[in-house]
Design a protein. Structure first.
Length: 317
């Protein structure tokens, strides 16, 4: 690597990490991705290495040479309280040890239930759920490390993902593949309430922007989202793009509890169902005004999502 070329290290090869990789490689940046296996489906010019974020020495070695580190890794959903603090603390320490910037991919759990108003970055931390309190703990620890000069940090927060690779989300593989096959899309909660969804590639581009812009450091940013629609409206738009009749249903808390008897992630999702039982509107004005970036329009985001699912699942429609 040439001396003037920056190295971007991405922890995690799930949908979030992959979206950051796409954003960075589009800009011609040098990217190293890190997961436990050292394997991932990436372009030839992207390095993938194996490392253990729970081992401080392994974490430091994986970050070696980085200018910017992106934290998109997470433990299994049911192990967040036990494992997330250690995982993120080790990545933070590894980043600090080489003087790199740390850009953390985050969600909105730490705000808790937000009644009758859009969710903005200045809201208090008010989580009451196990996973919400865990997210609050690791985010506050990272911001404290920035304030005390340990490491430079910025946090990008997205809502429920949809788009290429975002299969394990509220609008993921239970929605798009069935819809493409003319079946019923399975969604979460009351689908006639407004709910902000984040297009995964908007998340990746936003994270890359935070890594570029020093004025982002020390702050929390909601990544750009297109206008908030109801879940039904957004999925109806997807059916129209597919040329299929709109068939969809929403799973409430009771159904999630029943599914949780057999499926761990469904059981773990019950405490977060409040986000789908009331309007859930995320305000990303701060990011848009600061960096002059707008979200991908819904129709274009849906078109790209459908194209990815058709190719990934080899669905002929």
């Amino acid at each position: 690597m040439a001396n003037n070329q920056k190295l971007h290290v991405i922890w995690g090869t799930g949908s979030g990490g992959m979206s950051v990789m796409r954003a960075l490689t589009t800009k011609g940046e040098t990217v190293r991705m890190v997961n436990r296996s050292g394997k991932a489906d990436v372009p030839l010019n992207v390095q993938v290495i194996a490392a253990d974020a729970y081992n401080p020495d392994s974490a430091r070695e994986a970050c070696n040479g980085a200018t910017v580190v992106y934290q998109c890794a997470k433990p299994p959903y049911n192990e967040w309280p036990q494992k997330f603090p250690t995982l993120q603390a080790n990545i933070l320490e590894a980043t600090a040890s080489i003087g790199a910037k740390l850009i953390i991919g985050d969600n909105l759990y730490m705000y808790g239930e937000v009644p009758n108003r859009p969710i903005t970055e200045d809201l208090p931390i008010a989580a009451t759920t196990r996973k919400g309190r865990t997210r609050a703990l690791v985010a506050e620890a990272a911001l404290a490390a920035h304030r005390n000069g340990t490491v430079q940090v910025a946090i990008g927060r997205g809502s429920d993902f949809f788009g290429p690779g975002a299969m394990d989300s509220a609008m993921g593989e239970r929605a798009f593949p069935p819809a493409l096959q003319g079946k019923t899309a399975s969604l979460f909660g009351n689908i006639d309430l407004p709910h902000t969804y984040t297009f995964i590639d908007d998340f990746g581009k936003a994270m890359a922007t935070l890594g570029e812009r020093d004025e982002a450091l020390g702050q929390v940013w909601h990544v750009p989202n297109a206008e908030t629609l109801t879940t039904r409206q957004l999925m109806t738009m997807a059916f129209a793009e597919m040329g299929k009749p709109a068939r969809m249903s929403g799973m409430g808390k009771w159904m999630m509890r029943m599914a949780g008897i057999f499926i761990v992630d469904a059981r773990e999702s019950v405490e977060m169902m409040y986000a789908f039982e009331k309007p859930f509107i995320v305000d990303s004005t701060k990011f848009e005004r600061a960096f002059g970036v707008r979200a991908t329009p819904h129709r274009e985001a849906i078109r790209q999502t459908i194209e990815w699912y058709r190719e990934h699942y080899a669905i002929r429609t």
